[in-house]
Design a protein around this ligand. Structure first.
Ligand code: 13P
Length: 257
């Protein structure tokens, strides 16, 4: 698998104006990249229409942070896949740990969202991760396998080819997160790869496995060097264009060496 996926979830951090100016800058950096990095950004819903105009003449892929699974209905405050399809997105992030933690999203609901995304030709970026209690009780692998199996339940091989998986340990995410050891990340990704191959013997090896959770300038290279890490899903380090530019340029240099 030669492509490396690198993207950022902006969470609830950028206004439309801030998002547009960020995207204009990122486009310039993206133009200078020659490698096989697949670059994506995931703004807030309010900014998607404007940012779609910005990215349409660039290599930057665009995604949404969440959506409902129904096309239409009485679901106050929700956004449907049909609505996102109108904007024309490449991907949709589903099941981020903050959605699971604060809005009680379940694997079964994420599975419905994954199917809805596929119906509209958007790549589901499925986030999975264990919490600190599960890690300390040494059941990370069981938890992750269960999340993966339920989130992808019922998908055909052709469908699962469109899926991206992000492993994001809950304890490693955000301001209070503790960056994971690269070796631990490597072991978990190899386990996830094995699980995907068991589930989909013909294409399990093709599904991109991204790593996320306190990715920063000190640790991104050791993470990407792990055999089964096919990309990075970055929060804070990518929200700042200066640090994100360094990350992208160093990564490109590293992978072309
Ligand atoms: P941080 O890189 O800020 O820890 O956020 C990671 C994340 O949640 C990406 O979805």
């Amino acid at each position: 698998m030669s492509k490396i996926w690198v993207g950022t979830n902006w969470k609830m951090t950028k206004t439309i104006a801030e998002g547009i100016s960020y995207t204009k800058e990122l486009k310039q950096i993206a133009n200078e990249l020659t490698s096989t990095i697949e670059l994506f950004i995931i703004p807030s819903h309010t900014a998607l229409v404007d940012i779609k105009k910005e990215v349409s003449d660039s290599r930057i892929k665009l995604g949404a942070q969440n959506m409902h699974w129904e096309d239409t209905g009485a679901y106050t405050g929700e956004i449907s896949p049909k609505m996102l399809d109108e904007i024309g997105l490449d991907l949709v992030e589903l099941g981020h740990s903050e959605r699971r933690q604060y809005y009680n999203e379940t694997d079964a609901e994420i599975n419905k969202k994954v199917r809805a995304a596929l119906k509209y030709g958007m790549k589901p970026l499925v986030c999975i991760g264990e919490n600190i209690d599960q890690k300390n009780n040494e059941i990370s692998q069981e938890v992750l396998a269960a999340q993966l199996k339920v989130c992808l339940k019922g998908l055909s091989g052709d469908q699962v080819k469109q899926v991206l998986v992000a492993y994001e340990p809950v304890w490693a995410i955000g301001e209070n997160g503790i960056p994971a050891d690269a070796e631990y990340v490597g072991e978990i990704h190899t386990f996830l790869r094995r699980t995907l191959i068991e589930m989909y013997p013909n294409i399990g090896h093709e599904i991109p496995l991204l790593y996320g959770g306190s990715v920063n300038l000190d640790n991104f290279l050791p993470y990407i060097d792990q055999k089964d890490v096919n990309g990075l899903f970055v929060g804070r380090t990518a929200w700042n264009m200066e640090t994100f530019t360094i990350l992208l340029k160093e990564l490109e240099k590293h992978i072309s060496e």
